[in-house]
Design a protein around this ligand. Structure first.
Ligand SMILES: Cc1cc2nc3c(=O)[nH]c(=O)nc-3n(C[C@H](O)[C@H](O)[C@H](O)COP(=O)(O)O)c2cc1C
Length: 465
């Protein structure tokens, strides 16, 4: 082992691609990754779409320090094709756990997922550790597929163990003990030269790119978390927002030199209280008051822009009880709640900032013109998002489908689409929320730079007129 005793690991200098498919045993792949790393291997992970519903890409990315390949149609940040880079640079590919479905796809050369595509494209040894229900394993189809992989493709098969299975039954089909899989990888590469010692030709590192302080001198206001609307002193109507995306945005903006105000409703993550101005709120009404004061100052003074960009990531309730009870309600005969709609805070901010009416709004809006970013958490189609962007007068709208695996509330990752006022649409791959935050702030920083450049040009033209 390479850790602890100082001796080089048996996979020292090797790049091992770990393909994970959608078995209940997928969680064991996290430990397998650790064992391979302990043997000195540089590990890059490929996840089938089903696998990423069992284990999130973030754990693998954090432990492997490489972005995780999840989508066969997604290019790497530098434009390279991820599964081909892996196929061309890995010393071995180990598929563990391998599902019955994956064995069938592989036996037939069906390259619809990153794991199969990489195996098809590689000339390196492939090690396969199947895991499944006992009857699936003994089915002639599975056995024929395994035989083809072993005999026709010369893949090393690490036969599953006998023991208790996820189905509650006992039988053959359990993923082999992990040291046995590591030994099979070591045996597969034995005697072969290291395939690609040049790190530049291997998959990229997942280290967040060092960004210059491109938000230095800017005041970025971020809202985060879910509001709670009181029913009585002990009960409330809330939502599933964890505040992760908003806090990631605040952290990312701080990292890029911005001064940050974070208006936080209910969140389940730590807040950067030592580096940002943090304002805690509970209800939609409280969030509105705190936000308007932060952005424009207190009435009756005319609104002035006290911010450069607002990123409205909070999940603000659309409805609130019309008359919360002063005392705790008893169970009684049941309860009917009358709800009233809450104000559309972002639309109101936009009206004030853009000068299209609203309380105390000057004719032309505030100067300099702030950048307004909204979020749209949708379930299913994102079709309504462009209309929301237009209606609210936003510069950018970040839309995501919160029902998608690995996206939305409570998850550490997010797959978002950034829409802009010019009709542009940028679909980002599944990213950690921090990486998604940086991609959103790339757009904010660019919009602010464009705003300033336009302001300077206008001032010069005025001087020269
Ligand atoms: C809870 C659960 C556990 C599963 N475990 C396995 C398993 O251990 N092995 C297997 O072959 N399929 C298993 N499946 C079925 C696969 O997830 C399914 O066939 C899927 O399409 C595999 O996709 P993939 O091979 O592209 O990853 C499981 C399904 C569920 C819902």
């Amino acid at each position: 082992m390479s850790d602890g005793d100082g001796a080089p690991g048996r996979l020292s200098g090797r790049l091992v691609a770990l393909g994970v498919t959608g078995s209940i045993a997928a969680y064991k792949a996290v430990e397998l990754l650790r064992l391979l790393t302990a043997e000195g291997a540089d590990v890059v992970v490929l996840l089938s779409a089903s696998a990423s519903r069992f284990v999130g890409a973030l754990s693998f990315a954090a432990l492997s320090r490489h972005p995780v390949e999840t989508d066969v149609l997604e290019l790497q940040a530098d434009g390279r094709i991820g599964h081909i880079v892996v196929a061309d640079s890995a010393d071995a590919i180990v598929v563990a756990p391998a599902t019955a479905h994956w064995l069938g796809a592989m036996a037939n050369g069906l390259a619809a997922d990153v794991v199969t595509a990489a195996c098809l494209a590689t000339s390196s040894p492939v090690v396969v550790a199947p895991a499944m229900d006992g009857d699936m394993w003994t089915h002639p189809a599975t056995q024929a597929n395994v035989a083809r992989l072993r005999d026709a493709f010369a893949y090393a098969i690490v036969e599953p163990d006998t023991g208790s299975l996820a189905s509650g039954q006992s039988g053959v089909g359990r993923l082999a003990e992990l040291p046995r899989i590591v030994d099979a990888v070591v045996a597969a590469v034995a005697g072969r030269p290291i395939r690609q010692p040049d790190a530049g030709a291997r998959p990229p590192l997942a280290i967040a790119p060092v960004r210059e302080e491109d938000l230095g001198g800017r005041h970025v206001v971020v809202t985060a978390g879910g509001t709670r609307e009181p029913i009585d002193p002990v009960r409330f109507i809330g939502n599933r927002s964890s505040g992760r995306m908003g806090v990631a945005l605040a952290e990312a903006a701080l990292g890029r030199g911005a001064s940050v105000t974070l208006i936080a409703a209910d969140v389940s993550v730590a807040l950067p209280v030592d580096r940002a101005r943090v304002v805690r709120v509970e209800t939609a009404d409280e969030l509105r008051s705190a936000l308007l004061e932060t952005l424009f100052g207190s009435p009756p003074a005319p609104p002035v822009a006290r911010f450069d960009a607002l990123v409205m990531a909070a999940a603000v309730a659309d409805f609130t009880p019309r008359a919360p009870a002063a005392g705790k309600l008893s169970r009684g005969e049941g309860l009917s709640l009358e709800l009233r709609p809450t104000p559309d805070i972002l639309a109101e901010v936009s009206r004030i900032a853009r000068g299209a009416g609203g309380p105390g709004s000057p004719g032309d809006g505030v100067i300099p013109r702030p950048v307004l970013v909204g979020f749209a958490a949708e379930t299913g189609s994102l079709d309504r998002a462009p209309d929301k962007l237009r209606r609210k007068g936003l510069d950018l709208l970040v839309a995501n489908d919160v029902t998608e695996a690995g996206s939305g509330f409570g998850s550490d990752t997010n797959r978002v689409v950034i829409l802009d006022a010019e009709g542009g649409r940028e679909a980002l791959p599944l990213l950690s929320k921090r990486a998604a935050a940086d991609r959103i702030l790339d757009r904010v920083a660019a919009a602010l730079d464009a705003r300033d450049a336009a302001g300077q040009t206008a001032a010069m033209q005025e001087r020269n007129a």
